[in-house]
Design a protein around this ligand. Structure first.
Ligand SMILES: [Zn+2]
Length: 262
């Protein structure tokens, strides 16, 4: 944990030795404090998730870089709160954009499970972690024993399985991350939204437990006669702010798919 210094409530400026967060000004129910744009490296850097297409944010990232040159722009996934600004940012700094989904790339190189991206002696190892979205990736930063998790694991709360994701994949990805965190002795998770998590295995166990509990709750709501996703939400998410119910319904649909319901 040496080198970590983590502000409690403000992801902006949170960092490990070779990763610094510049927070995008797009807070919301799905984005928590906003999107975390991670600058990785020393003199030459990689930028993970430029964030939304917000000129002021992208300018702020450029100012934050100072003399440092961006060699690679990487996306944890293609959702617009992470990728929307990638094209504009690529033009500002003159670097390619690499992503799993070819539609989000700029330049000839892709990005996939097992790849190692190295800039200025600092490496990111790519883990394919589909589930939140079909194209979700995590990046292991061995130098700092930190895993960049995108939206697969958030700094607070839990992740929604988007319509382009899937729960079976997501559960496998969480198990894989848990195993990696253990084998690699990870010190931190650097999420796409919210604060740095300093206890990776505990955080991942919490995520896995939460998913299993929700599935159990859905099975029991079905036993109580709930049939539609909305009816299930009304039972399972009764204690949750109604504003969040439409999101909960997306999550319930993903869980019903997983459980094999019509
Ligand atoms: Zn996001």
């Amino acid at each position: 944990m040496s080198g970590l210094h983590i502000p409690i409530d403000t992801p902006d400026g949170s960092r490990t030795a070779h990763a610094e967060n510049v927070l995008a000004p797009n807070p919301g129910m799905m984005t928590l404090d906003g999107t975390n744009t991670w600058v990785i490296g020393t003199d030459e850097v990689m930028v993970v998730d430029p964030g939304p297409d917000d000129a002021a944010h992208l300018d702020r990232v450029v100012r934050h870089l100072g003399e440092r040159r961006v060699r690679q722009i990487l996306l944890t996934h293609g959702h617009s709160d992470h990728s929307g600004g990638a094209r504009r940012f690529a033009e500002l700094v003159g670097a390619p954009v690499r992503a799993l989904d070819p539609r989000h790339r700029l330049g000839s190189e892709g990005l996939a499970d097992g790849d190692v991206v190295a800039v200025g002696g600092v490496e990111l190892h790519v883990y394919g972690t589909p589930g939140h979205s079909f194209d979700s990736l995590c990046f292991w930063l061995p130098e700092d024993r930190a895993m960049l998790t995108g939206d697969t694991v958030l700094g607070r709360g839990t992740t929604v399985i988007a319509q382009d994701g899937g729960l079976a994949d997501y559960l496998r990805s969480l198990d894989r991350l848990r195993q990696a965190a253990e084998e690699l002795a990870a010190d931190a998770l650097l999420p796409g939204h919210g604060p740095v998590l300093a206890h990776p295995i505990g955080a991942l166990d919490g995520y896995i437990r939460h998913r299993r509990e929700r599935l159990d709750q859905i099975r029991s709501a079905q036993k109580q006669g709930a049939r539609t996703p909305r009816e299930i939400v009304e039972i399972v998410y009764a204690d949750v702010d109604r504003q969040l119910w439409p999101m909960a319904e997306i999550s319930v649909r993903a869980q019903l798919d997983y459980l094999g319901s019509p």
